[in-house]
Design a protein around this ligand. Structure first.
Ligand code: LLP
Length: 422
């Protein structure tokens, strides 16, 4: 259940008609449903609770950093997982308490580390020895010891798309499993850090529990090694990665995921930190677009819409599947024809779907792309000088624009001619 349903022949987000939003806001736009955000957070949190786990859910802002989305989740109890100063600022602006924020990422700059230390966030997940040294220096200069985890790379195959797998030793992430103990010892001797946790994230859009179990067992081994050496490991940050159904895949239910955590790590007396992104927001969002033209080619029909690869990059980048449905409900039993749904950008990769069976649509009709709440708006760009699309949050019968479409004047204002061209 995602709270996007046909009501009186029109697709609605909760109690609001998408056509009504389109008339007020213009297309394309992203639309998020509060009820779905709430439902997904609650199902996930309840699964952990029912498994008897003491867990902190830190929403991965990279999947959707809109501050209204983050606030909605924070009001339900979520903390935040951030990977840049920009995301940290968004989490704070959304009202996430600093002591519920973890900072991950392989390339945090000195400025970003200084900002995070100054804000007193819960934990920094350190991904390399040079970062460890720099962080210790930055924190020691401020007279503090920053609580840290080392992000270990467990060398486990997540069985997901190559571009979003992170837990193999050939991936750039984390500290190699085999060197972890040595680097923990080094951390212990540094003045500006306090080792409190282990962090691990093996990839995204996982559709099996087994790779998680494998990684968790490695984390368990490391806890034993570190505790035997006198480390006080209090928290385990197990990352994100649980998949969602885009097409026909059936990812594990949060209950199965929670059971895997419980059975592998539940007896260690550690607080569990999780960094879900996609799971909480993907199905809570749709991208709504208007058909500009229907072009009949000799071998196929192209439905050309006003959204493009810059607005939703996932199909171009990962050959990802997103559902597409007309906003006006097709007549029952309406025939479908296979069409290519494409955007206006000057690249063949600007294709949302090939030979997709759709009920007949014509110029001016609205269509909605499903499961677009995660890594949709977050990854959008202004390629082809297209303004970033607005984001709308629905709550019951209300809606609000929570990120405005920039004007062309605002976009141009950031550019200038150098004096030799003036
Ligand atoms: N924690 C860390 C350290 C991560 O790198 C990620 C995702 C997450 C948590 C959240 O993972 P999730 O629960 O959302 O799977 N742009 C790609 C996904 C990239 C994921 C990167 N890291 C896509 O559109 O599929």
């Amino acid at each position: 259940m995602n709270h996007f349903d046909y009501v009186n022949g029109q697709l609605h987000a909760e109690g609001v008609s998408l056509a009504e939003i389109a008339a007020k806001v213009g297309t394309p736009f992203y639309c998020y449903a509060t009820a779905t955000l709430t439902r997904h957070y609650t199902v996930f949190a309840d699964a952990l609770k029912n498994a008897g786990l003491d867990a902190t859910i830190c929403f991965a802002l990279k999947s959707n950093p809109n501050i209204a989305v983050v606030r909605t989740l924070a009001d339900l109890g979520a903390g935040a997982d951030v990977v840049s100063e920009g995301e940290l600022r968004q989490a704070l602006a959304a009202g996430v308490p600093a002591d519920r924020i973890v900072f991950s990422g392989v390339g945090k700059t000195k400025r970003e580390l200084e900002f995070a230390v100054a804000k007193g966030i819960m934990q920094i997940n350190v991904e390399s020895e040079p970062e460890l040294e720099l962080l210790s220096q930055v924190a020691a200069e401020r007279g503090v010891r920053m609580p840290i985890a080392l992000r270990v790379n467990p060398d486990v195959d997540a069985g997901t798309h190559a571009k979003i797998t992170t837990g193999k030793k050939e991936n750039k992430f984390g500290i190699e499993w085999t060197r972890a103990h040595e680097v923990y010892r080094k951390a212990r001797d540094l003045p500006g850090v306090e080792v409190v946790a282990i962090a691990c994230h093996i990839g995204s859009q996982l559709t099996e529990v087994e790779p998680f179990r494998e990684a968790f067992l490695r984390v368990r081994d490391l806890v034993a090694i570190l505790r035997a050496d006198g480390f006080d490991i209090r928290r385990l940050d197990l990352g994100g990665g649980l998949g969602v159904p885009y097409d026909e895949e059936i990812p594990p239910h949060p209950d199965a995921y929670a059971a895997a955590i419980k059975s592998t790590l539940g007896d260690l007396g550690c607080r569990i930190v999780l960094e879900p992104g996609r799971l909480l927001v993907a199905n809570a969002g749709m991208l709504v677009s208007r058909v500009t033209y229907v072009k009949e080619g000799s071998t196929r029909t192209f439905v050309i819409v006003d959204a493009a690869m810059n607005d939703l990059m996932r199909p171009a980048l990962y050959e990802a599947h997103h559902s597409i449905q007309p906003v006006a409900q097709p007549a029952p039993g309406a025939p479908t024809i296979a069409v290519d749904v494409v955007g206006p950008v000057c690249e063949t990769g600007d294709t949302f779907a090939k030979q997709r069976p759709l009920p007949p649509v014509k110029a001016g009709d609205l269509v909605a792309f499903g499961t677009a709440g995660a890594y949709g708006a977050a990854m959008s760009s202004t390629y082809n000088s297209r303004p970033l699309v607005p984001e709308v949050l629905v709550n019951g019968n209300k809606f609000a624009v929570v990120r405005a479409r920039p004007t062309y004047e605002e976009m141009l204002a950031l550019e200038s001619l150098p004096d030799w061209l003036g």
